[in-house]
Design a protein around this ligand. Structure first.
Ligand code: PFF
Length: 452
């Protein structure tokens, strides 16, 4: 029998909620959601996105938490235990294994982007955006991407911050960090919103994000809303499962899941409003993707009162969001090492951190020296990792988790864990067993180009 140390648990329901919200709220909410709303028809997209959160995101998050809490183990051994309990093939453990690897692959590039954010905290604090022109701003961003040394430095700092927290363990590391960072993140959000309301153009932002335009509603929009609902709630790779494995038995999974999903969604929408109200107040283009917060937003801040201070706070908010998500990406693998070997958590964190750091070095080079090195689908290293994980591995993980809980586990066991009866349980069953698998399969086929 392998060495099994005492298993930690969250101190209370609140800290579990903060930690899981910390995992969900990340780079995905802050630049991706606002931009997707903008290009996908405003409120039409918002309505579909909310439907996806409720019909697929929430039931699947409940599923992941219930799997983790029942197993009381890391995702790989946890799936093994659950498969034995369900008297089915223990090959299900590879689902947990796949999730752990997915997390490490995501962190390989997430950490590099986290590094950009740290760099931008420094730049805003030193007043680098004051009166900046559009050309200077683009130039700044391109210069950062072209400099392997700079990228590597900030990637290293971000990795050290992440592994430093993970090394301290569930209570003194994960729990403490989330207890501080998530309330801080929401406090900064309030300041940012107040600022945007007083100096930004909230009305234009509101119209841009929420004006009804169903003409832009296409199958692509529906499917991208679903894909993003999924990524945004951190589903499909075992982060939520391992957090659920540290959750006490007496906590209601359904209620906490709803709070977490609401916090994640509200934060994305509010940050979007704040960003766009500043963008429109400065007559800037609501441009797409990474450019929005790293190129467009600095121009807005550079021309507004207290711009440097607010920009510093804004990038701190982004950094806190990225940091708490990064922690959750590595925890499943750390839990597996600690629960299976005599290696101490600190040592495990160091060596795993080193491996992810090396992967990050390849990602750093893919922005400059290795730009032309193609891996899969004609994409470079960064793009390949992003595409492989968020569009293939995460949906696949989520799909199989739903199938396992819905069709392989004993109904009594699921019911016991969810502690739901009557129509509430039926609702979970219908969404987990039918709606979620069908929706994910559709997204999956679409992303693979089978559905156009
Ligand atoms: N939910 C995070 C975001 O929106 O940025 C990304 C993420 C974190 C995805 C953890 C998956 C995960 F396991």
């Amino acid at each position: 029998m392998s060495h099994i140390p005492h298993r930690s648990h969250w101190n209370n329901r609140w800290t579990f909620m903060l930690a899981t919200a910390g995992s969900a709220i990340g780079l995905g909410n802050i630049w991706k959601l606002p931009y997707m709303i903008g290009v996908n028809g405003g409120s039409a997209f918002v309505i579909i996105f909310l439907l996806c959160i409720f019909l697929v995101g929430i039931p699947l998050m409940m599923t992941e938490i219930l799997l983790g809490r029942r197993a009381q183990k890391n995702p790989l051994d946890g799936m093994n235990v659950l498969a034995l309990e369900a008297k089915t093939s223990t090959h299900w453990k590879w689902l947990g294994g796949m999730g752990m690897v997915t997390g490490l692959l995501i962190l390989g590039f997430y950490s590099v982007i986290g590094g950009w954010v740290l760099r931008y905290i420094g730049a805003s604090a030193s007043g680098a955006f004051s009166n900046i022109t559009a050309m200077q701003s683009t130039e700044n961003f391109n210069q950062l991407l072209a400099s392997p040394f700079s990228l590597l430095f900030w990637h290293t700092v971000f990795m050290m911050m992440t592994m430093g927290v993970v090394a301290r363990g569930v209570n003194s590391g994960l729990e403490k960090a989330n207890n501080i960072l998530i309330p801080a993140l929401f406090s900064i959000l309030l300041v940012l919103l107040g600022y945007s309301m007083s100096v930004g153009d909230m009305q234009a932002a509101y119209q841009f994000m929420f004006s009804l335009d169903f003409s832009k509603l296409t199958p692509t929009v529906v499917l991208s809303a679903l894909g993003h609902a999924f990524f945004s709630l951190s589903l499909g790779m075992g982060s939520v499962m391992v957090y659920g494995s540290y959750l006490q038995k007496n906590v209601s999974i359904a209620r906490t899941t709803i709070y977490i999903a609401l916090a994640d969604t509200m934060l994305g929408l509010l940050v979007g409003l704040a960003i766009y109200s500043l963008v429109f107040a400065n007559q800037l283009e609501p441009s797409a993707g990474p450019g929005l917060i790293f190129q467009t937003l600095p121009i807005a801040f550079g021309h507004m009162p207290w711009g440097n201070l607010i920009a510093t706070l804004f990038f701190m908010l982004v950094a806190f969001a990225a940091w708490t998500s990064a922690i959750s990406l590595v925890e499943p693998a750390i839990a597996w090492i600690v629960e299976n070997t005599r290696i101490r958590r600190k040592t495990a964190a160091f060596f795993l951190g080193l491996i992810i750091w090396l992967l990050g070095v390849a990602v750093v080079l893919s922005f400059n020296e290795w730009k032309e090195v193609k891996i899969v689908f004609g994409l470079n290293i960064f793009e390949s990792l992003d595409k492989l994980t968020s569009t293939i591995l995460l949906p696949l993980g989520g799909l199989f988790m739903a199938i396992f809980a819905g069709y392989f586990m004993k109904k009594d066991h699921v019911q016991d864990e969810l502690n739901l009866a009557g129509y509430k349980f039926k609702l979970w069953q219908m969404t987990n067993n039918y709606i979620a698998p069908i929706a994910i399969t559709a997204v999956f086929l679409y992303l693979l180009g089978v559905i156009k």
